[in-house]
Design a protein around this ligand. Sequence first.
Ligand SMILES: [Zn+2]
Length: 226
Amino acid sequence: MEENVAELVDVACHTCRIVLPLLDSPDGREAWWKFLDEHAYHQVELLWEHSASQERIDIDYIEVGSDIRSDPSFAEYAGEWSGRSLALRPRPIARAVAEIVRRAFDAMDAHEWQAAPADAAAAERIMPYLDFAPPPGELVDDAVVLARLAAVEAALEQLRRATTEPLGDHFGTFLSDVLRALPTAADLPPDELCAESGPLASPRLWDTERALRLIQHLVTSRISLR
Ligand SMILES: [Zn+2]
């Protein structure tokens, strides 16, 4: 029993939205000490495989050692993870959107969500615009910031356009709610985003991209027909 425990336990910091699986390996132990050093005074929780709190771990949580490109390996996390200063900043936009997405999943799981025929078609049109997974450590210059901002603005425009279609009440309300939580183009002035970027991306740009990724997850997994 005892040697298995470590494999089944994750430790999460809900303040920073990061999860570390506890691994009994050199990298795993170093990562654990780093986690203690970094998060001991935050809202930290041990999670077992079947803990009810596993439901709090949405896809905006960074998971050390996952196979997602934007997440750090154990060795990176324990050492000089280049994305650390951006990844561990608060993400208020993603947090607000995560709450709306969680309520939508809950309504679907409770079979309360009523879909309309137009929902899936609207989802198909939105999906190509919602592909956001830039690693926090990606180095950016002004050109990269402006390209990423253009992609964010195109996604926001598609979400807004979808609300004018004859969607079911639930999907329509969901889109209105997330649009209220997301910044508008006026909240993302290009010159300010460029000024606050470098070498890593602007925190509010990355926060917005993470929020859009949460919406993508819901739309792709539950609303589109694919
Ligand atoms: Zn923390």
